[in-house]
Design a binder for this molecule. Structure first.
Ligand code: DGY
Length: 325
């Protein structure tokens, strides 16, 4: 790797890479594989001498990486809105700017969350597997019966931020009642969608479907643990498109096993990319490989924003989206 370069830990789309080469004031070096992240040694090597890093949520950026990079490192741009993979305080202590990609992936993530919600409560994947297995079938009054979301079902949105609000818009259009936690739950936009502000306890007790949309922080690991799952309505569903460690997956597997919960849809996992072995065996669980933002225009917008943030900082200007905005 050359000195004074920007290292990107996975090639972004051809369009974004081209724009990066055009706009960055220094050369761009990239890890070669778009499918496999750099291993630790490759990450440390790639960062060495870099003035900017464009990283993915799969890269752990900690003191060791900052040491390996060296004192010339000025900016770390995460190609994600969540930034729990980066030691932001360590970066701040060294005067390194950290940026993320808020505002460009809300709709795509909300689409995926809603698709996962529907797939889970209407048992789509289970029914698809049943058909593909070549089972004989005929329409039946009690076959594959799921939850009517439009018949007064209540959705509990944990964390009514940008993505949570986009999910609320969809749920409102489907005729669901909506409870939500978070400061925006009392906003004018929430009121227009008939969102009722709640605390977490009340939301868990009253919701037919609980959907998580909050960032992972130092304080909320396992915020949905055994006690919270026990307090959920019998026969309700949990959807997680935020971050896996928000949920205690062993407790979730128990709640599904003993029939307290009717199903779960998980796009994110506690120990990504490993998937809980018990959940993998359960018909009533829909499992996806963290694809919430995986839509072409959205991914280009995320990449473009990361490149823009690095370009701005390396050109002596303010970044567009430093973390926490
Ligand atoms: C994010 O941006 O944090 C998402 O998880 C990426 O899909």
């Amino acid at each position: 790797m050359s000195e004074n370069h920007v290292f990107v830990t996975r090639p972004l789309s051809a369009k974004v890479m081209q724009e990066a080469r055009r706009s960055l004031p220094v050369t761009l070096e990239s890890h070669p594989s778009k499918h496999v992240p750099p291993n630790r040694k490759e990450l440390l090597n790639g960062c060495r001498g870099a003035s900017g890093l464009i990283v993915m949520l799969t890269d752990r950026v900690d003191e060791e990486v900052l040491d390996a990079a060296g004192p010339q490192l000025r900016v770390i741009a995460n190609v994600a809105v969540g930034f729990d993979n980066i030691d932001v305080e360590a970066a701040a202590r060294r005067g390194i700017v950290v940026t993320n990609t808020p505002g460009v992936l809300d709709e795509a993530t909300a689409d995926l969350a809603f698709a996962l919600l529907l797939a889970t409560v209407r048992r789509l994947v289970e029914a698809d597997r049943f058909v593909r297995a070549g089972n004989p079938w005929i329409w039946g009054p009690q076959s594959f019966v799921g939850l009517d979301i439009s018949a007064g079902a209540t959705l509990g949105i944990v964390g009514l931020g940008r993505t949570g609000m986009a999910v609320a818009r969809r749920a409102h259009a489907f005729g669901m009642r909506i409870l939500a936690t978070g400061s925006r739950a009392s906003s004018a936009e929430a009121a227009e969608l008939d969102v009722v502000a709640s605390d977490l306890e009340g939301l868990l007790e009253a919701s037919d479907v609980v959907s998580l949309h909050c960032p992972l922080t130092a304080d909320n690991r396992h915020m949905i643990g055994r006690a919270q799952l026990d307090s959920m309505k019998r026969g309700s569903f949990l959807i997680n498109t935020a971050r896996g460690p928000l949920v205690d997956e062993e407790a979730l597997a128990d709640a599904l096993d003993n029939g307290h919960l009717a199903g779960a849809g998980l796009d994110v996992h506690e120990h990504e990319p490993q998937v809980n072995a018990r959940l993998r065996e359960m018909e009533k669980v829909v499992l996806l490989p963290h694809v919430g933002s995986a839509a072409a225009t959205t991914r280009d917008a995320m990449g473009a924003l990361a490149v823009r943030n690095v370009t701005e900082v390396l050109s002596g200007r303010e970044p567009v989206s430093p973390v926490g905005t």
